[in-house]
Design a protein around this ligand. Structure first.
Ligand code: SF4
Length: 624
């Protein structure tokens, strides 16, 4: 095996229209400023498309689909086998980046590529195979139409291979189709629809040609030891290890963020039947995770029909459970398996179906879908993936449906991206996180529910300090995401410092909202900066790392504004801001306008454009 110190910075540029390829070499400066992975992919997209950002049709040949690996991949750093898929989203119309923990990233990187840039559109459906020196374009044949499982079974010919594939949903350009690798997914924003529109069924990398070693091995070993110790002793990690992300159901019941019937209510007693504890017992669960995972949130288990299945994540359990009026987790497991094979995002699918159920109840639109029976859910999922019957419209997501039929007040999305299973009336900062995230209603932009509820660091129902924390978490998380390590590592690593760990909860709750800046300076995310500098040899401290995250967030925002994003889109639907009374005993409506104003002020965004000024971009070294 050949050895590379640090990272190659080499991207494989594939032109599907002309069945040609070339090497795209990223610069060392861009690696330093954008940290690799998602950040560098964004910079590459910007450099290659900046003159035509507004005109790019997400489903047209001009859009680029970029697969990006992080500098940590293959080094043994915790949860570092993730790769990013970045493109202009057909669901939102803005930039989207979605991360996946499947084997494609490792195969691609050890074939000598830090990522793949896919341009153009093939005339007929193709599979593209590549290693370190050759790219082969093959006719997709009868794999076009096949599910993600069969596609991978047929394409993987050697243990050195790793694939990224789409299912029928991607082929039919369902606007929330995903990309599958192994049993993990780049789920959100319709990255699979972009791949389908390019007539690209699969990318198959043959790796194991190169191994990557840190430039500073001793520093890397020290950092690794520290990170692993933090992860091992974190109570948050232990919860994920035991119950997976379904541990969040219990927090939702207790704190009132459970989505019930299209987020109409925030509490239902039968969600007790869908907790992580109940599911772990019922399915006798064991781990089934992304590669090189140290946190172990992924689980599989034995279902009553005798089949071993991947257990649905919390977000899927919520969206196909209480949010559509269903409390049968066996059924959720079967639907989850079907959606994984069809290749579609479970969060957007669940949100869209819930909207259709409510719109049907209110007489806005004819449908057989109902909160009271669920026998037809399996069929509607297939119909969505194949764009048949009612599925044809549902394949376009909640935003477009509500623009056509009315019902915007209960269309549960921001910028077109459906919310995950956290009702922000139980965690206001998380509501701000949904409202202002560049990607739309994604729960992971700053994941403030983790600080408000899961870790209990700040009171959830106040606006105080929340904008500052959203900005802080967005920046640090953008850096962590660009290293392509799992965000769940952050919740053990960043909470390790003595002050947040040992300060009595009541005092911590006051300090975080009254003195957010001081509280943030007492967190410690230097592990990530140390990993980056140990591997690449580029000096970096935690504040420079955070600044790189700010650079990534603001470049992405600037690109979104150029693509047409307006200030009015940084908001939440009326249901969250006006309907305070639900079955949860505490009334709450999210004061979103106030928090967005505070957020713009801290970000220095112009309220007229919702974007950063040219001066601020220049401060960050971004040429516009
Ligand atoms: S914690 Fe979960 S999402 Fe993160 S890398 Fe591990 S299995 Fe994947």
């Amino acid at each position: 095996m050949k050895e590379i110190r640090g990272t190659s910075n080499r991207y494989l540029f594939i032109d599907l229209t002309n069945q040609a390829w070339r090497v795209h070499q990223a610069s060392a400066d861009d690696l330093k400023n954008f940290l690799g992975g998602k950040g560098l992919a964004l910079k590459i997209y910007y450099d290659l498309c900046k003159d035509r950002l507004a005109e790019i049709d997400p489903l047209g040949p001009d859009n680029l689909l970029i697969f990006a690996n992080g500098v940590l991949l293959t080094t043994g750093a915790p949860c570092s086998a993730r790769f990013e898929v970045l493109t202009r989203s057909p669901l939102t119309g803005y930039m989207v980046a979605s991360s996946c923990g499947g084997p494609f990233g490792e195969a691609c990187k050890t074939a000598g590529w830090d990522g793949v840039i896919v341009a153009g559109r093939a005339e007929k459906p193709v599979v593209v195979r590549f290693d370190d020196r050759e790219v082969v374009f093959e006719d997709a044949g009868d794999l076009w139409g096949a599910g993600t499982r069969r596609t991978q079974e047929e394409l993987l010919k050697s243990p050195k291979d790793g694939a990224a594939v789409i299912g029928p949903a991607g082929e039919n350009q369902v606007l929330y189709a995903n990309i599958c690798s192994g049993h993990r997914f780049a789920g959100r924003g319709g990255v699979g629809a972009v791949m389908g529109a390019k007539h690209l069924k699969a990318l198959v990398a043959r790796g194991k040609e190169y191994r990557f070693v840190p430039v500073d091995r001793e520093k890397f070993a020290r950092t690794l030891k520290k990170a692993k110790a933090h992860i091992r002793r974190s109570p948050f990690t232990q919860g994920l290890k035991a119950y997976g992300t379904n541990m969040n159901t219990r927090f939702g019941i207790d704190s009132g963020y459970t989505p019930v019937r299209n987020f109409r209510d925030r509490y239902h007693p039968r969600t007790e039947e869908t907790t992580g504890e109940v599911m772990a017992r019922r399915y006798n669960t064991r781990h089934s995770t992304c590669r090189y995972c140290s946190v172990l949130c992924g689980h599989k288990g034995m279902y009553p029909d005798g089949k071993m299945r991947v257990v649905s994540e919390y977000e899927t359990t919520g969206m196909f459970g209480s949010n559509i009026g269903n409390f049968d987790t066996d059924r959720i497991g079967v639907w989850n398996e079907a959606m994984n094979d069809l290749g579609m995002d479970t969060i957007s699918a669940g949100g869209t179906i819930a909207w259709a159920m409510e719109a049907g109840e209110k007489g806005l639109r004819q449908t057989e879908l109902s909160f009271d029976h669920h026998d037809n859910i399996g069929q509607i999922l297939e119909d969505i993936a194949c764009r048949r019957g009612e599925g044809t419209e549902l394949a376009d997501g909640t935003k477009r449906l509500s623009e056509k039929y009315g019902g915007k007040a209960f269309a549960m999305h921001t910028k077109g991206l459906e919310f995950a299973a956290y009702d922000p009336r139980g965690c206001w900062g998380h509501g701000l996180s949904y409202a202002v995230h560049n990607k739309g209603g994604c729960h992971l932009g700053s994941y403030l529910v983790s600080l408000e509820v899961l870790l209990g660091y700040m009171p959830p129902l106040t606006t105080l300090g929340k904008a500052s924390w959203v900005v802080f978490c967005e920046d640090v998380f953008a850096g962590i995401n660009s290293l392509q390590t799992c965000l769940f590592t952050a919740l053990s690593i960043m909470t390790e410092p003595v002050v947040p760990k040992y300060l009595p909860k009541a005092m911590l709750n006051v300090a975080t909202i009254v003195f957010p800046k001081i509280s943030q300076s007492l967190m410690n995310w230097s592990v990530y900066a140390d990993f980056f500098s140990a591997i690449t040899g580029i000096p970096m401290n935690q504040w420079q790392f955070k600044k790189a995250g700010e650079r990534i967030t603001k470049l992405e925002r600037y690109m979104n504004v150029r693509m047409g994003q307006t200030p009015g889109e940084d908001t939440l639907p009326d249901r969250f801001t006006k309907e305070a009374v639900t079955k949860y005993p505490v009334a709450s409506a999210v004061p979103i306008a106030r928090m967005v104003r505070q957020y713009y002020r801290i970000r220095k965004y112009d309220p007229q454009t919702a974007g950063p000024s040219e001066k601020d971009l220049r401060r960050l070294g971004i040429a516009v």
